[in-house]
Ligand binder design. Structure first.
Ligand SMILES: Nc1ncnc2c1ncn2[C@@H]1O[C@H](COP(=O)(O)OP(=O)(O)O)[C@@H](O)[C@H]1O
Ligand SMILES: O=P(O)(O)OC[C@H]1O[C@](O)(COP(=O)(O)O)[C@@H](O)[C@@H]1O
Ligand SMILES: [Mg+2]
Length: 344
């Protein structure tokens, strides 16, 4: 009988997680004769042995479904008293599982690497809506978020134009402004503000005023991690997340009254929030996620423990956790400057 493996999704969700699960199960079953279970709610399901059967019929029609059928959490696998490698080895043995596929962000990969070094058979699939993992050219979910943010810009423009207002759209992007940059370029924003690049209020207002002066309604896109030069850190007034990181969000609402006061132009802010992460993945994300799922089925078949899959150009590559970890992919200066020359 073929070997049996467990799959989990961990950290913030993003569109395409289900397509990864489907790709892994279909290829694993069809090509290698493997069987699969899913751990519920990320590492928590692994630590407590909380699983659901995953087979061909469970994953039917999954590639167009947002979220994750397994549930996710920011629970850590070393959380005491029940976490840690010895306990996890027992859980895997009890469930007759030969290894684990962890789909998650940099934190998930860090935890997976630690488990790998502690003797657990584990491989990974990178996930981030912010597209800020350096090891892979793109992550699934990002393209969908950009499509949603671009549609929001298009919609805000018509109401902005009607009232001759300045519209500020806040999008996700904790350390990297990729969603803001791509949607801002696609939607023709007049200013794009990202965490990598502080811009002064004077400069932002100069762009806004020049747009207004030629009879247009200014459109500003800001990533949640953007800081004005006098801010020590990103705007965070919502407490901490499950992993004790400050929850960001609200910089758009900080900026709007500042712009209005300084320029005299009526200004409105919209925070797009989790709408960017919810719902149907784009076709592009479904393809990437499915390919990554199929490639991770190859990893487990090869017992390539300690590796994760990545997109390099058009090919799906395999790299070690060590090669992937701790390297953030931020917007390079030249790419920001390329867009910035036509702001205002
Ligand atoms: N350094 C770490 N060591 C062990 N576990 C970690 C570490 N960093 C993060 N994790 C675990 O991985 C979880 C998911 O993080 P991650 O995959 O980066 O997703 P997200 O960025 O969406 O929260 C964290 O909430 C935490 O439980
Ligand atoms: O509301 P949640 O689940 O805490 O997540 C919000 C955060 O997750 C992020 O989307 C980053 O998630 P990723 O790990 O998928 O890149 C940030 O942009 C945002 O601050
Ligand atoms: Mg993360």
């Amino acid at each position: 009988m073929g070997k049996r493996f467990g799959i989990l999704t961990s950290g913030g969700d993003c569109p395409g997680l289900n397509a990864v699960i489907r790709g892994a199960v279909l290829k694993g079953e069809t090509v290698y004769g493997h069987t699969f279970v899913g751990f519920r709610d990320g590492w928590r399901g692994l630590v407590y042995g909380d699983v659901m059967e995953l087979d061909r019929s469970t994953v039917r029609g999954l590639s167009n479904q947002g979220g994750t059928i397994l549930g996710t959490s920011r629970f850590g696998p070393y959380t005491e008293p029940d976490g840690g490698p010895e306990n996890i080895k027992n859980v895997l043995a009890d469930l007759d599982l030969a290894g684990v596929i962890a789909i998650g962000g940099d934190g998930t990969a860090t935890a997976a690497n630690r488990l790998f070094n502690d003797g657990i058979n584990i491989v990974g699939v990178p996930k981030t809506i912010d597209n800020d993992i350096d090891a892979t050219d793109y992550t699934f979910g990002f393209n969908t978020a950009v499509e949603i943010a671009t549609e929001a810009i298009d919609r805000l423009r018509t109401t902005g134009n009607s009232h001759r207002r300045c519209m500020v759209l806040e999008v996700m992007g904790r350390h990297a402004g990729w969603i803001a940059l791509h949607s801002g370029i696609a939607g023709g924003a007049h200013a794009i503000l990202i965490p990598e690049q502080p811009e002064s209020l004077n400069q932002i207002c100069a762009w806004v005023t020049s747009v207004k002066n030629r009879g247009r309604a200014p459109m500003v896109v800001v990533a949640e991690g953007f800081t004005l030069p006098d801010m020590k850190e990103a705007h965070a007034v919502k407490g901490l997340d499950g992993f004790n990181r400050p929850r960001l969000g609200g910089i758009g609402e900080v900026l709007a009254p500042l712009i209005e006061d300084r320029t005299g132009i009526e200004t409105r802010a919209t925070v797009l929030g989790h709408i960017q992460r919810g719902g149907v993945p784009s076709a592009w994300d479904r393809v990437l996620a499915t390919r990554m799922g199929m490639a991770v089925a190859d990893l487990v078949a090869d017992s390539a423990w300690g590796h994760l899959v990545a997109l390099h150009g058009t090919e799906i590559a395999r790299i070690t956790f060590d090669e992937a970890l701790g390297k953030l992919k931020q917007v390079p200066q030249d790419q920001y400057q390329e867009a910035r020359v036509i702001f205002g």
